[in-house]
Structure formats: C-alpha cells, structure tokens
Design a binder for this molecule. Sequence first.
Ligand SMILES: [Zn+2]
Length: 67
Amino acid sequence: MKQCLNCGKQLQDSTTKCFFCGADADQLPQPQQNGLAGIWKKNRDMVILVLILIFLVIGFLVKNILK
Ligand SMILES: [Zn+2]
C-alpha cells in the first residue's frame, strides 16, 4: 500500500492517479506559488529595497535640480 501524497488516502501500489482527489498519487501537491502573489511573496524584500533606492535617487536628483 502507498499513500496519496496529496490527500493522504491509502492507495494500491499500482495506482498512479488518486481515486479520492484525482491528483497524481506519486507527485507532491504543487504549491500555489505562481502568479503575482507568489512573485510578490518571493521578492518582497527585494522590491521594497529597490523602491527605497529609487526614491533616494529621485530625492537626490530633485534636490540637485532645485538647487
Ligand atoms: Zn488523493
């Protein structure tokens, strides 16, 4: 016997597709890291850092232009 990696139900060893949830029994469930939310979560620190740098540069430029 083996277990479905997606829902944890008991399956026959020969089963490749889970009867209960329909997922591939031999594959771990794919984390929902696709799309904007996933990218944002992954790169949030980087995005914030880049935004701060951009604001600093703009502030520096404005300061110099208005002098
Ligand atoms: Zn399953």
